[in-house]
Design a protein around this ligand. Structure first.
Ligand code: NDP
Length: 256
């Protein structure tokens, strides 16, 4: 029931494209306020405009405040200083969507530079942990909150050329599952969504801007869209307070 989301404030990392952008638009339609975080300011402003339009179309009076905030989640100091950039009306966050993440190149062990390995861990794992630490303290104090982490099918199915990325998503899975148990006697909910192939900028980033290489990843199958994952995130967030969607796996019908 989406009415449970009315007037809530959602923080989404990686909101400038793909799954994060689609999730922002869907939360906007459900009458929430949103903090849109990523590194690309221009792209965030475009998503902000899409949120304004979606909220207007919904006709809802609740929500409707959307703040684009430039933040690199791998920059610990910037994460610690986040609240100084957030308008005071949006500091009471109810739902954190830890979505920022990427893979670069074929991360075949032995062929991959340390800087790329460290970068992937810094964003996919340490950035997610820093954002969680920042929010979970508030959630504990106010005795409510929902942390939704975007993992991957890569935490279940290893693949050749994915050694580092799969390791980061295994870490997300282990961290999320342990945290859920740590928070079990609190009203704070913890969810992990594990997508299969979703056509976003993910493969374009992976292949360093080579769009035809990116497209070839989806040959012979119909990939999921960012909206498919957004629907699942918003669904998990709108369950009754006593229901915790712990972990879900979603992939295209024809993904092997
Ligand atoms: P996109 O590349 O479209 O989106 C990734 C988002 O993460 C962008 O908004 C990017 O914004 C942001 N981002 C990356 N690094 C940082 C950083 N250091 N700090 C802040 N923001 C950052 O790909 P998706 O939407 O597909 O990816 C979203 C999540 O879904 C990722 O965690 C990915 O691992 C996961 N996933 C994706 C799958 C797929 O097939 N697409 C499958 C399974 C999981 P900016 O560049 O502006 O910072």
């Amino acid at each position: 029931n989406a009415s449970r989301l009315l007037g809530k404030t959602v923080l989404i990392t990686g909101a400038s494209s793909g799954i994060g952008a689609a999730t922002a638009v869907l939360f906007a339609k459900a009458g929430t306020n949103i903090l849109l975080l990523a590194r690309r300011e221009d792209a965030l402003k475009t998503v902000q405009q899409a949120c304004v339009a979606a909220h207007k179309e919904s006709g809802l009076k609740e929500g409707g405040q959307f703040a684009p905030i430039q933040l690199d989640v791998s920059d610990k100091a910037a994460v610690s200083a986040l609240w100084s950039k957030v308008p005071s009306a949006l500091r009471n966050v109810d739902i954190l969507v830890n979505n920022a993440g990427y893979v670069i190149g074929k991360d075949h062990v032995g062929d991959i530079d340390d800087s790329i390995i460290e970068g992937m861990f810094a964003t996919n794992v340490f950035g997610l942990i820093s954002m969680t630490q920042l929010l979970v303290r508030d959630f504990k104090a106010k005795k409510s909150g929902h942390i939704i982490n975007i993992g991957s099918i890569a935490s279940r199915e290893p693949y050749v050329g994915g050694s580092i990325y799969t390791a980061t998503k295994h870490a997300v899975n282990a961290f999320t599952a342990s945290m859920m148990r740590e928070l079990v006697n609190t009203p704070i909910r913890v969810t992990e969504i594990q997508p299969g192939m979703v056509e976003t900028e993910f493969s374009i980033v992976r292949f360093l801007g080579d769009t035809s290489a990116a497209k070839s990843v989806y040959a012979g199958l119909q990939p999921l869209t960012g909206e498919d994952i957004a629907e699942e995130i918003v669904w998990a967030a709108s369950r009754p307070p006593h229901v915790n969607i712990a972990e879900t796996l979603i992939f295209p019908v024809n993904q092997a």
